[in-house]
Structures are given as C-alpha cells and as structure tokens.
Design a protein around this ligand. Structure first.
Ligand code: FE
Ligand code: FE
Ligand code: ZN
Length: 278
C-alpha cells in the first residue's frame, strides 16, 4: 500500500483533517502546528485529539507530519528569534506527545544568516539537545533544504553532522523534500540511485522517515524553493513515479506540498496510487 497524503489546513481541528484526508484518498497528511509565520498555537481539544487517533487507527494511517512554523530558526543570529524557536518547538513537541504521540515533527534546520555554516550547525545541535527527551514518542525530522541564501541543510553532510552531534537516533530523522534536493543539486531525475547511494553513505537511509513529494518550478541546481504540481515542473511525472516506486523509498509516507486546492490534491493522490506498483 502506498502511504500518501498532502498538506492540510489545521484551522478546523485535528479530526476535521483526518476526515478530509479520507475523502482525498489519503492515509497520512501534514499540518502546521501553528500559523506558519509564527505566533501562538491554539489549544487542542482533548476530544478532537482522541477522535483523530481513533480515525487513524481505524483506517490504518501512516504516521502524520506536524510541520514547525517557517519562522522557527534554531540558528538565527538574534537571541529573540532563537528564543521563539525554543519556545515554539517545546510547545509543539509537548502538544504532540500529549495528543498525537508516535508521529513525526518536521522542521527546517534554519538559516545561519552570516554566522557561517559551522556556527549554524552548532546552534541547531544545541536546540535539539535541549528539546529531545529519550522517552519521547515523537520523532523530530530535519528537512532537506534547497540551500538558498544561508540555509542549513542543503547538503546531506550538514544534516548528517547535526544527527551525529545530537546523537539521539531514536528521536531524530530526516524528511527528504524532492523539490528541495533537486534544487540543491542532487539529480533525482537522471540518477535517483546515485543520489540515494550518496544519502545512504552520508546520512544513512535508515534515518529517512518521510518524503515531501513536490515537483519544482525552477531548474536543477537552482537553489530556489518553488514547488510545482506533480508533472508540471522540472522533475516531471516519470521521475516522481520512479521515486514512489523505488525499493528503498516505497514504504515511506509521501506527503504532497504542491500548489493545489483539495480537488487538485485528490487528483494527484489518485494519479500516484495508480502509478504505484506495490
Ligand atoms: Fe518544509
Ligand atoms: Fe517540504
Ligand atoms: Zn519548499
């Protein structure tokens, strides 16, 4: 069974997203833990959490992805921004532990904004070491980035160093974003096997827990981050079908973050389920 879903709005609560996912033919989804531009998270209604957990169990959902806000920058130069990263991640992880244990929390490693890659990586490691608790059931994923500006996580080596220095493999992992890695210069269109071999050697494929499945509006190695609908970008449908069918990837939850309304997502999910060879 292909595990696939898409990004959904959390505005109407947890159970609403679960029902929406079912209608789309999805068996996983992603949501923002709070406004992606930052701010406070809404309090969760315990009954709403229980309803989503029950729905997921009944319908055999794969793990969900809770996405941290974009403004969460663990390696910002400004202490006030790093404080927000700490506060927001602590709250998000506590909420997930309480209401949706056993799922995934995805965040962007951040931008070092001129402090240099080494300093940036050290700050991300610091934050994770403060946040992670050996007993937690939420796995925290670093997302592979396109490497625009001073972004950390555009190279597999950067992600690998963070994971190694945090050294809590039971609590951490990686989410591979197909648009981002292609923009970062990993040629998953012409050499998927080569990129995965490289990923395995540097990070370890055993650390890969989810895939953000996106086409890209910009060309290979452009270091931009512009998602396109499946088949409408520089990756193309054939490359994306090879990704979901790859023996090293096919068991993972795939999550669409393509520019779509719900009917567009439903169509992409249908298309990809039809293209999955099992
Ligand atoms: Fe992301
Ligand atoms: Fe992504
Ligand atoms: Zn992106």
């Amino acid at each position: 069974m292909l595990h696939i879903g898409c990004h959904l709005s959390s505005a109407r609560g947890y159970a609403h997203m679960g029902n929406e996912a079912l209608k789309l033919g999805a068996d996983t989804f992603q949501f923002f833990t709070r406004n992606p531009r930052g701010g406070k998270a809404k309090a969760v209604d315990p009954q709403d959490g229980a309803a989503l957990r029950a729905l997921m169990g009944e319908h055999g959902f794969a793990p969900l992805l809770a996405h941290a806000p974009y403004t969460l920058n663990a390696c910002a130069a400004e202490p006030r921004v790093r404080d927000f990263a700490r506060t927001a991640m602590r709250q998000d992880l506590d909420t997930l532990e309480t209401f949706l244990p056993g799922n995934l929390y995805n965040f962007h490693p951040g931008s070092h904004v001129g402090q240099g890659m080494d300093a940036g990586i050290a700050l991300v490691v610091d934050l994770l070491r403060q946040m992670l608790r050996p007993e937690q059931r939420t796995r925290v994923l670093l997302e592979t980035m396109s490497g625009k500006g001073s972004e950390v996580g555009g190279r597999f080596e950067e992600i690998a160093r963070i994971l190694r220095d945090v050294n809590m493999p039971d609590c951490t992992g990686v989410c591979l974003d197909t648009c981002h890695v292609y923009s970062a210069g990993y040629d998953i269109v012409n050499d998927l096997d080569g990129v995965l071999t490289r990923f395995d050697a540097v990070i370890g494929l055993n650390n890969l827990y989810a895939v953000h499945l996106n086409d890209s509006l910009t060309p290979f190695d452009s270091h931009k981050d512009r998602h396109a609908r499946i088949g409408e970008g520089s990756l193309g449908l054939d490359a994306i079908v090879r990704i979901i069918n790859h023996p090293r990837l096919k068991h993972l939850p795939f999550c669409l973050e393509t520019p779509n309304e719900l009917p567009g997502y439903a169509a992409e999910i249908r298309l990809l389920r039809d293209a999955w060879r099992g």
